[in-house]
Design a protein around this ligand. Structure first.
Ligand code: ADP
Length: 211
């Protein structure tokens, strides 16, 4: 849900001059009433303005900012997640670095033999090993990754706001999206189904700002 410049202007005019009729709003914007009809209908529908017959429009106190906040809580991880790039614990550092380039991502998610989330390896994790001059053709990512249970992840039904909060609070670039599954021993395991990175958050931000 985005608001146009004109809709924002209407809200400002109503805030300052309420109650105000649609004719008066149209006049101050140098537009016709007909042109404003759809904007006023929308602003009333979402609860930012209130219309009282024969009196005019009021501002309800529900700001556009409140609305954006609601919107961010409504967009679910499953609506915006990207494809995860997954390697196994045995993948060598060298192959992991090649995968970073080929897949154009900054973080790889690692799964164990049972194909459950076991770790995360980031650009800097890999750089550290390279700088240390170790044999990148021999060392597996399993040896250097950040591993469970220290992995921060989200689920499909979490909001994009929840994901952004995790990314910010833990100072990381991305989180795996997982589906919780009980294994044959009754223990909860996590299947990787996607990825939310700072890029996904930026995309939502740009979408909201579009006019
Ligand atoms: P970079 O180190 O390339 O800037 P990050 O800031 O994402 O990338 O990673 C910082 C550290 O946090 C790394 O050691 C990485 O393994 C770890 N890390 C990255 N993502 C997660 C995550 N979702 N959960 C837990 N640890 C993570």
């Amino acid at each position: 849900m985005q608001f146009s410049k004109r809709q924002k202007k209407i809200v400002e005019i109503v805030k300052k001059n309420q109650p105000i009729t649609s004719e008066q709003i149209a006049e101050s914007l140098h537009l016709t009433r007909a042109t404003l009809r759809a904007d006023l209908a929308l602003l009333t529908m979402v609860g930012i303005l209130d219309a009282r017959p024969k009196v005019g429009y009021f501002y309800t106190g529900n700001s556009i900012q409140t609305f954006i906040g609601d919107y961010l809580h409504k967009i679910k991880v499953e609506d915006t997640k990207s494809f995860p790039v997954i390697v196994s614990e045995e993948t060598t550092i060298y192959d992991a670095i090649v995968t970073l380039f080929l897949e154009d991502v900054g973080t790889l998610f690692v799964q164990n033999k049972d194909k459950y989330l076991s770790g995360v390896v980031s650009r800097k994790d890999l750089l550290k090993i390279v700088v240390g001059n170790q044999d990148i053709h021999k060392i597996p990512v399993g040896m250097i990754m950040t591993r469970m249970p220290n992995i921060v992840f989200v689920h499909d039904k979490d909001s994009i706001y929840d994901a952004a909060l995790e990314i910010m609070e833990h100072e990381i670039d991305s989180v795996p999206v997982v589906e919780s599954i009980k294994d044959q021993h009754g223990e909860v395991q996590y299947k990787i189904t996607g990825r939310i990175s700072k890029t996904n958050i930026t995309k939502v931000f740009v979408e909201i700002g579009k006019e």
